[in-house]
Ligand binder design. Sequence first.
Ligand SMILES: Cc1cc2nc3c(=O)[nH]c(=O)nc-3n(C[C@H](O)[C@H](O)[C@H](O)COP(=O)(O)O)c2cc1C
Length: 329
Amino acid sequence: MADLTTTYLGLSLHNPIIVGSSGLTNNIESIKKIAKNKAGAIVLKSIFEEQITMEANKAVENDASLSTYPEAADYISNYTKQENVGQYLKLIEDAKKAVHIPVIASVNCVSSTEWTSFAKKIEAAGADALELNAFVLPSDEKNDSEKNEKFYFDLTEKVRKEISIPIALKMSYYSAGLAQLIQKLSWSGNINGLVLFNRFFSPDIDIDKMQVVANNIFSTPEEISTSLRWIALMSPKIKTDLSASTGIHSGEGIIKQILAGAKTVQLATAVYQNGPEIIPDMLKELEKWMDDNKYAKLDDFRGKMNQENTANPAAYERIQFMKYFAGIE
Ligand SMILES: Cc1cc2nc3c(=O)[nH]c(=O)nc-3n(C[C@H](O)[C@H](O)[C@H](O)COP(=O)(O)O)c2cc1C
């Protein structure tokens, strides 16, 4: 029978399926179910830096008397932060006690200042690794691409100085020089892995209510192509681990991402839509394909279809439809 074990960020996983950061991993009951269904690891729901800051500010704003006592305002602000932070640290501790698979904490970071000391507490609470959910949307016309990308480097450098547990950077695909950015981040020595890619909240317009609304909260299997392309392109060129995120809905999706060079895959939508019971089904599909193709372990086919190894390397860089849709008017 095929050996599904893998390493990721220096951690040992029973198999390459990670349940990604989401509402699925924000409570112990759900985390236990996920572990029972044989996930290789979990990434806890992100604690949001914005949320911490906002809550702290709200508490201070709501108490008008504090404006005349700046020291008290400072205290309240810190206290509120600790409350929120305290709950998150308890989630890490409880998850570590409840399950025997690696528990990766996650912070949604919008700056490299506010929270970096908090990373130490995450480490002390027992997290096996930290995933930095860094959300760069290059929407501010005052920022050039260099400034937008500098954020990733500042952030990872600062956090690296705080902790010694492994760090993964979950990033976006918005970059005019994505290949070089990924390579430089991987060479920086500050991270152990990259998660390609985060999936954004997508705005839509409700034309009856005249409101901007959230659209497509869940992915479709077709969305696998963006991360597949970039994992296939970059896996031969970098040394840090790659974890694939977005659009992995089946065992076939896992096989594709490992062929492209991924160490692990992360699931959210598939588990939301089918429950954690989909995990053993996906593992069975992976195992059967490995047995049928006589692969004893994941490394036997990992990267076999990356850009360097495939017979058709140009396919990963082809972006115009050309021949594919020729004849379809
Ligand atoms: C309801 C929901 C909540 C999510 N919350 C987070 C989060 O807190 N932090 C994070 O890094 N990603 C979050 N994600 C993104 C997922 O971890 C994942 O990257 C994305 O959904 C793409 O994977 P999928 O195609 O398997 O859904 C969330 C996704 C969903 C659907």
